[in-house]
Design a protein around this ligand. Sequence first.
Ligand code: ZN
Length: 82
Amino acid sequence: MNCPRCGRALESGFRYCPECGRAADGIASFSEVLDHSFSRISSAEAAVSVEKLSKLSEDLLLLEHELEELAASGQRPRDRRR
Ligand SMILES: [Zn+2]
């Protein structure tokens, strides 16, 4: 696929365009905010920061999944008055 903004060809697995930092799919609003602030930084710095942030958001997603599993695993043991 190609970057929706600058048209650069993206290899599959790329979450962000290495050229302009645009999200390849999903997470659009998040990266659009980033795009805005990163437009002032050099593109090399921006690419590194975007990579870090994308890892961070992956961690958050993992955490969210763990919490969901925890919540789905039935009654909360500490909260069973009823
Ligand atoms: Zn791009």
